[in-house]
Ligand binder design. Structure first.
Ligand SMILES: Cc1cc2nc3c(=O)[nH]c(=O)nc-3n(C[C@H](O)[C@H](O)[C@H](O)COP(=O)(O)OP(=O)(O)OC[C@H]3O[C@@H](n4cnc5c(N)ncnc54)[C@H](O)[C@@H]3O)c2cc1C
Ligand SMILES: NC(=O)c1ccc[n+]([C@@H]2O[C@H](COP(=O)([O-])OP(=O)(O)OC[C@H]3O[C@@H](n4cnc5c(N)ncnc54)[C@H](OP(=O)(O)O)[C@@H]3O)[C@@H](O)[C@H]2O)c1
Length: 387
């Protein structure tokens, strides 16, 4: 589909205050995960999107964390702070709620605290962390901590609100692959979000944006600043082209959109989806939607890999390898290949499996398979949306 012609007044620099009209748990009781379906209403925004685009969301930080920071700083919250590139100061509370990132402390704040600490034990500990031979220890120490931990552990080092704010980076918007098609939902955007919760340094931590959406955005009443991030990732314009989609975990999101989009457009090309997650009983995202799509032939094949339903892990790339002959038949017939989800491990392993399948089934030496994949990328037949 070509880029939308109508432009909206809303953008990353001027986000649209959208209402979230649905917040539904997709994973079932007993799951190790909390993956949610959100519906964001675009009515009145003039915003347009296409299958494959992402939604940018500007979150705010947890009020409890901001309150603890203010209390440890000995601030009321009304103290003015001037942020980089800002024309005028704002109250430190507002800066901590919506402008600054409270995670990711760096060596710089350790240096500042070491210079300010008045208690000798605190000063010695900070200086120990800054010693040239302690680089790995410092990295491990910072990895386990957010800014609030540092203020809590070194209370003798006093900082003004401005001095503290100067150490914090800007709070960035987060992107989410859109899980709906505008052909079916022109004024709504659906998202598939894995909520981030974990523990480090004996404190419970949360992902800023995922818990902003899940815990701090009341449905239907509290506007969320959003923008559409247009992408080259998307289903082929040629509706007769076959597509293969590999989307484990939240990587399923854009492929729900692709399948909706191709069905609504009357695409004649076949659609093959590989999905994987931990357990079939609890983590089969959108399970109830796939069978009717298979029945209507809007989805040609669905291969699943539930990694924790047996002793040995089974992943999407294992299913690709099991079906190598047919996968190669689709590819050599011109199918496009799409991957979405985890960049660190999954996308790399899927890429290796793709190369192996092309080499084995196409009867090519490895270097020819590399060229084949390069050509697929050039022809936009191999696209990835990984994070
Ligand atoms: C193009 C694109 C599309 C995306 N699409 C989706 C999507 O469809 N669905 C989706 O859910 N996400 C998606 N993401 C990821 C999303 O943008 C966010 O990064 C994610 O939701 C986490 O955001 P957060 O603000 O909740 O967490 P943050 O506050 O940013 O915290 C995340 C950080 O917490 C730390 N962390 C997380 N877990 C642990 C742990 N167990 N132990 C120690 N540290 C940990 C890591 O440092 C991690 O980087 C996408 C990203 C991109 C770039
Ligand atoms: N820190 C990391 O390295 C990392 C990696 C991925 C996702 N995440 C985060 O975890 C949250 C949940 O992510 P998600 O729900 O999208 O799912 P996910 O964690 O990516 O998991 C989806 C499925 O992929 C499997 N998987 C793990 N490694 C794989 C590999 N190398 N190749 C193929 N499949 C593999 C998982 O199996 P098993 O879990 O049983 O191994 C699971 O069955 C998100 O916040 C995401 O950002 C973090």
């Amino acid at each position: 589909m070509s880029a939308p012609e109508v432009t909206s007044a809303y953008s990353k620099d001027n986000p649209f205050p959208a209402l979230v009209t649905e917040n539904r748990l997709l994973t079932k009781p007993g799951s190790a995960k909390e993956t949610r379906h959100f519906v964001v209403n675009l009515t009145g925004s003039g915003l347009h999107y296409k299958a494959g685009d992402s939604l940018g969301v500007f979150p705010t930080n947890r009020p409890s964390e901001v309150a603890e920071l203010l209390s440890r700083l000995g601030a009321t919250g009304d103290e003015p702070v001037l942020l980089p590139k800002a024309a005028a100061p704002i109250a430190v509370r507002e800066a901590l709620v919506s402008r600054l990132a409270l995670a990711g402390p760096t060596r710089k704040i350790v240096e500042t605290l070491a210079a300010r600490a008045s208690a000798s034990a605190e000063k010695a500990r900070l200086e120990g962390l800054l010693a040239p031979e302690a680089k790995d220890m410092l990295a491990g120490f910072l990895d386990e901590r957010e800014f609030v931990d540092l203020l809590a552990e070194f209370p003798s080092a006093r900082l003004t609100a401005q001095e503290f704010a100067d150490h914090l980076r800007r709070l960035q918007p987060r992107l989410y692959s859109i899980a709906s098609s505008p052909r079916v939902f022109p004024s709504e955007i659906h998202l598939t979000v894995a909520v981030v919760r974990y523990e480090t340094n004996h404190r419970e931590r949360v992902g800023v944006c995922t818990t902003f959406l899940s815990d701090r955005t009341p449905v239907g009443t509290s506007p969320v600043p959003v923008f559409v991030s247009h992408s080259h990732f998307g289903p082929p314009e040629d509706l007769a082209r076959d597509i293969i989609m590999v989307g484990p975990g939240t990587g399923i999101a854009p492929f729900r959109a692709f399948v909706q989009d191709r069905a609504a457009a009357g695409a004649t090309g076949r659609n093959w989806l590989f999905f994987g997650d931990q357990k079939r009983a609890t983590d089969f995202l959108y399970e109830e939607e796939w069978q009717p799509r298979l029945d209507r032939r809007e989805l040609t094949r669905l291969d699943t890999a539930f990694s924790r339903d047996q002793i040995n892990k089974i992943y999407v790339q294992d299913r690709m390898r099991e079906n190598a002959a047919e996968l190669w038949a689709w590819l050599s017939g011109g199918a496009s290949f799409f991957v979405c989800g985890d960049a660190k491990r999954m996308a790399k392993d899927v890429d290796i499996a793709l190369h192996d399948i092309i080499a084995d089934r196409g009867g090519m030496p490895p270097e020819k398979a590399v060229e084949y994949v390069k050509a697929m990328k050039k022809e936009k037949r191999y696209q990835r949306d990984v994070y």
